[in-house]
Design a protein around this ligand. Structure first.
Ligand SMILES: C[S@@+](CC[C@H](N)C(=O)[O-])C[C@H]1O[C@@H](n2cnc3c(N)ncnc32)[C@H](O)[C@@H]1O
Length: 234
């Protein structure tokens, strides 16, 4: 199965992004595991550590996709909400956290009142949101004072090692393996392109501060193609 893919960086790409994820939803988990050699699972656990005690409060899994973060958070969170604008992705992962509240909505306009959550985690999702600063402003709005926003994603590479890995793995291996595992080369080419088409980690930290977070700092993971940013609301 294959189809057209969104154009990375296109500000009007949201409908195409949603359609693409709907198409790859059934095979997303398998493709993700094969392509990341299981490392994405480790990255998610490292990201969750950054939530600290907030993990036992009211938690939002933002751009939840097939709800991997929700599955990890379910045992500790007082309440858990998974938001994504692609119903097919949520449906494919629903079994991982059956008690979670599942909300199909756009991250740029979250249907929650202000100060609803103690923690928000966003895994590999914000990069796909056109006008990501709107999603970050929404995250700041729906978090309670003292709340934490943890983002793990592939930012635009800046170091030579990250650029080397980007060129060799993301641009060559990922689309080929993506086509073999999911049958959808265009989708995985878009996912690779989208890393280069958005900000680097420092730029995203600035976006968080600009959106009203009191602090934002990040670090690269290993291998240095993914990073974590932790933003706190005062
Ligand atoms: C690469 S998947 C990541 C899923 C999951 N968080 C993970 O860790 O594997 C990105 C998800 O972001 C969602 N997404 C992209 N743009 C969105 C938007 N504007 N609003 C809500 N969800 C969005 C997609 O539907 C997709 O499920």
């Amino acid at each position: 199965m294959t189809g057209s893919a969104p154009v990375a960086g296109d500000p009007g790409r949201a409908p195409a992004v949603r359609a693409m994820f709907a198409r790859i939803a059934p095979g997303y988990d398998r493709a993700n595991d094969v392509m990341s050699l299981g490392i994405a699972r480790l990255w998610r656990r490292l990201a969750l550590r950054e939530l600290g005690p907030s993990a036992s409060g009211d938690v939002l899994d933002l751009c939840a996709g097939t709800m991997d973060f929700s599955g990890l958070l379910a045992p500790s969170a007082r309440s858990l909400t998974a938001l994504d604008f692609c119903a097919e992705m949520l449906e494919a992962g629903r079994h991982k956290a059956p008690a979670a509240r599942v909300v199909c909505a756009d991250a740029r306009e979250m249907p929650f009142s202000a100060e609803s959550f103690d923690a928000i985690v966003a895994g590999f999702g914000i990069r796909n949101v056109p006008e990501p600063e709107r999603a970050v402003r929404e995250a700041a709005r729906v978090l309670r004072p003292g709340g934490v926003f943890v983002v793990v994603d592939f930012f635009r590479p800046t170091t030579w090692l990250a650029r080397l890995m980007d060129r060799s793995y993301n641009r060559l291996v990922l689309p080929i393996v993506g086509r073999l595992v999911s049958g959808d080369a265009a989708a995985y080419q878009y996912l690779a392109d989208s890393m280069g088409a958005w900000t680097d980690r420092a730029g995203f930290e600035y976006t968080c501060l600009d959106a009203g977070f009191a602090s934002a700092s990040g670090r690269d993971l290993f291998p240095p193609i993914a990073s974590i940013v932790v933003a706190r609301k005062s």
